[in-house]
Design a protein around this ligand. Structure first.
Ligand code: ADP
Ligand code: MG
Length: 403
């Protein structure tokens, strides 16, 4: 049986009209004779009645009194509501369907509640339901431990459920349905003329996702890449086929090779920390990063030099990072509310002049670069968050990404 996994995000399920469109996408693929596994997120976004953030707000006012295991029980409810609702809608449309929880679909995870990792997927139940002719609806974002406790996979976890199921079931493809027409050259909320990319490589979208393009979760991309399963990212609200993620087709490879820059991505809410070596301290880098690790402060954008180190932490870790450094005798400088901007392109390796054009684009707008770094597929710059939107727009225009 040819299996297709379809994943529908929160906005795709948030209204009657949207759910009708979802039914249409399921019906269309069913007519193409696919065995369908439909992974659903919780309905809507923050503020909507059954969205994950809304469920969590029920307990926030009680501080941190609910242990992680019980928090996962609460968080898992949004997807369960979606799955049951979609099952009833499909049946009402005379499409045979059953709904399974993550555990019911055989998704076994470790017991890191709130950010569990999938260990294994036991596919018997899904295979049987498909063989019986059902559309199999699976709750995204969740699994179960060997001991039968519910777990959740962390933000964006439904994408991971979808590609992990796709890999375990040897699906022909995984389609991620969302509220934009595919993977765009930038976040359309910030860059209005961002354009959908017809094809993109796993490496490029993996990179964009890790650097803040939240259209798909990076872990989901890794799993699809390892299993060599093509992904499509497309809109629930149009018939447009969106973006194909693949390394396979020559055409795709050529398209990726021919462009130097594929897209821009951003992460906001970071603090730049500069630490200078003190007299008598010869091992500043070692001391600094060991101290960060000891206090579980995650660090990024690291530049070290003989005189010290510059790096970033999330704004919410900044006060802690500074006091930890002061305790071990340093006087760090902290610049909060920065944004890390990434210019990404599988074809930029060895092409001269990309950095020059980035500097040009930002200088023309009077945007100071606080820090930069590069690899063979990405150049990163750190700017003040107040310049984030104009920096993204300027870079997007400089590399003609709207064309
Ligand atoms: P879903 O609920 O369907 O998972 P998400 O909100 O997680 O939807 O992801 C879709 C959103 O990702 C879009 O609305 C868009 O604002 C944002 N986004 C950020 N970067 C990009 C990009 N490069 N291409 C497409 N969308 C992007
Ligand atoms: Mg998402």
């Amino acid at each position: 049986m040819r299996i297709l996994v379809q994943k529908f995000g929160g906005t795709s399920l948030s209204s009657n009209e949207a759910r009708e469109l979802v039914i249409g996408h399921i019906q269309r693929e069913r007519q193409r004779q696919y065995g369908l596994v439909v992974v659903v997120s919780a309905m809507g976004r923050k503020g909507d009645p059954y969205a994950t953030d809304t469920l969590l707000s029920l307990i926030r006012r009680h501080g941190d009194s609910l242990p992680p295991k019980e928090q996962d029980m609460l968080q898992a409810c949004g997807e369960i509501i979606s799955a049951a609702l979609m099952c009833s809608l499909l049946r009402a449309a005379n499409i045979p369907a059953i709904a399974l929880t993550g555990g019911g679909a055989g998704i076994i995870t470790d017991s890191q509640f709130g950010r569990a990792r999938i260990l294994e997927i036991r596919t018997e139940a899904v295979h049987k339901a498909l063989k019986d002719g059902n559309v199999v609806i699976v709750t995204g974002f969740q699994g179960v431990t060997e001991a039968g406790e519910m777990t959740t996979l962390g933000r964006g976890g439904s994408d991971t459920s979808a590609t992990a199921l796709g890999a375990a079931l040897h699906a022909e493809r995984v389609d991620i349905y969302t509220d934009v027409n595919g993977i765009l050259t930038a976040d359309p909320r910030i860059v209005k003329d961002a354009r959908p990319l017809p094809v993109i490589s796993y490496a490029e979208i993996g990179n964009m996702a890790r650097q803040g393009a939240k259209v798909i979760h990076p872990r989901a991309v890794e799993i699809a890449q390892q299993a060599r399963i093509p992904l499509r990212v497309r809109s629930t609200f149009s018939e447009d086929e969106g973006t194909l993620v693949t390394d396979t087709f020559d055409a795709a490879r050529a398209a990726v090779r021919d462009r130097h820059v594929t897209g821009v991505a951003h992460v906001s809410g970071v603090t730049q920390i500069t630490v200078q070596a003190q007299d008598g301290h010869t091992d500043v880098q070692l001391q600094v990063f060991q101290a960060m690790a000891r206090h579980q402060i995650s660090v990024d954008f690291i530049n070290v030099n003989p005189g010290g180190a510059v790096y970033t932490v999330f704004d919410h870790d900044a006060d802690k990072a500074v006091s930890v450094l002061q305790e071990i005798g340093y006087s760090p400088k902290a610049v909060s509310s920065c944004a890390k901007i990434s210019v990404i392109g599988g074809g930029m390796n060895g092409v001269p002049g990309i950095m020059a054009r980035i500097v040009e684009a930002l200088t023309e707008q009077g945007i100071p670069i606080l820090q930069s770094a590069d690899s063979n597929t990405t150049i990163w710059v750190l700017v003040s968050e107040s310049y984030m939107a104009s920096a993204l727009q300027a870079l997007h225009a400089k590399f003609s990404l709207h064309e």
